[in-house]
Design a protein around this ligand. Structure first.
Ligand SMILES: Cc1ncc(COP(=O)(O)O)c(C=O)c1O
Length: 381
């Protein structure tokens, strides 16, 4: 049996929506993109939702919107994907890497407090694996002078207390990349409650030209537009948006299916002494984009890397989220060193991500469970 790390949950609904878009003939940003933004903002309960072609683009535009400049500092967690930090470098600003909590893999407010300086202009909170960061605690530290941006690439849908992530954040960035909980192939969305930021991002995603310029080929549009500032080619297309519309309709079902898999894994692994449970805090609801499996390497004869390899030999493709930022040459050159990140190092040595996607059958889930347990049993110290 081969179990890939991820399989998108795509069916006739997406094919029908995309086919309709192609038949209508408006294939780049247009009516479907507008519709997707509208239903996304309604679902999330966000005041404004602006679509883009990736979460990386959304994060980049978020920093443009809040006015990051050369020499500014932006705090990010060590346990994240490259995008979260590289967008800071686009501005010649400084990514300040903070350690994460070994229980939850989430940015620790105490670390943000420790690392903030007079130059800190923003914090990017990453809702790792779909579990929200403690936003109230963070807000107390950032106050009114530091902007709080949420990297919600994994967190659709996720709840902090009873609030859906994206509903009331300053700026929240989602990803619709192929492996994400809602996919458009590539894509992203930025939500905000700030009208000025929403309008600026709408303009910046399309070369900085006036926001409705995409209508210029429609009977209702005009060829005239102004360019107020330098922008980018970051718009979503109607083909992607059509897929997003179909995916959003089944988001709840996809969520419930992932949740069931997480529950089965949790239940099976809770009896195994060599597995250290991943903690979801009481007042959070994870989107379960990732299922982190944490093996107690002190009690095993094999390393995390060898564990991943043994799963692969049995047809199970696991992954690792993430290689902490400070381990990359780029960030080492900027002065970051593993010694400053005990929490992230602890996680990195012990954690792998197991397959968790809505289309997994009971047989496949059981196969993963049996093999994880079998590898542990055969490799106990
Ligand atoms: C935490 C995090 N942030 C941002 C991104 C970037 O998303 P995108 O590929 O849509 O740019 C990813 C992608 O995997 C991610 O995991």
């Amino acid at each position: 049996m081969i179990i890939p790390f991820h399989k998108p949950y795509i069916g006739e609904e997406e094919i029908a929506e995309v086919t309709e878009t192609i038949k209508i003939g408006w294939i780049t940003m247009g009516p479907k993109t507008q519709e997707f933004e509208k239903i996304f903002s309604e679902y999330i309960g966000a005041k404004y939702a602006v679509s883009v072609n990736s979460c990386t683009a959304a994060l980049h535009l978020a920093l443009r919107a809040i006015g990051i400049r050369e020499g500014d500092e932006v705090i990010v967690p060590a346990m994240t994907f490259a995008s979260t930090a590289e967008i800071i470098l686009y501005f010649k600003a400084r990514p300040v890497i903070a350690d994460v909590d070994p229980k939850t893999h989430l940015l620790m407010p105490s670390e943000v407090y420790r690392k903030k300086t007079k130059k800190t202009k923003a914090v990017i909170a990453v809702h790792y694996g779909g579990q929200p960061v403690d936003m109230d605690a963070l807000k107390k530290i950032t106050g009114n002078s530091i902007r709080l941006i949420e990297d919600a690439a994994h967190a659709l849908p996720a709840y902090y207390k009873d609030r859906l992530i994206g509903s009331n954040g300053e700026i929240v960035c989602f990803s619709f990349y192929a492996t994400k909980t809602l996919t458009t192939g590539e894509g992203g969305m930025l939500t905000t409650r700030n009208k000025k930021w929403a309008e600026r991002v709408k303009s910046l995603r399309l070369h900085g030209i006036t926001s409705d310029a995409w209508k210029r080929y429609m009977a209702t549009g005009t060829w005239k537009y102004d360019i107020r500032e330098m922008g980018y080619k970051y718009n979503m297309t109607d083909i992607n948006a059509a897929m997003g519309i179909a995916q959003l309709r089944k988001l709840q079902k996809m969520m419930e299916l992932r949740e069931k898999i997480a529950e089965k894994y949790n239940e099976a692994f809770s009896k195994i002494e060599e597995i250290i449970p991943y903690v979801v805090e009481e007042n959070r609801k994870s989107a379960w984009h990732l299922y982190p499996l944490r093996i107690d390497v002190n009690k095993l004869k094999i390393t995390r890397d060898e564990f991943v390899e043994k799963l692969k030999q049995r047809g199970i493709i696991a992954s690792v989220h993430f290689i902490p930022l400070y381990r990359f040459s780029l960030y080492k050159k900027l002065g970051w060193c593993y010694k400053d990140f005990p929490g992230s190092e602890w996680i990195f040595k012990r954690t792998l991500s197991l397959p968790i996607y809505p289309g997994m059958t009971d047989e496949e889930i059981n196969y993963v469970i049996e093999n994880v347990i079998d590898i542990i049993t055969k490799n106990r110290k």
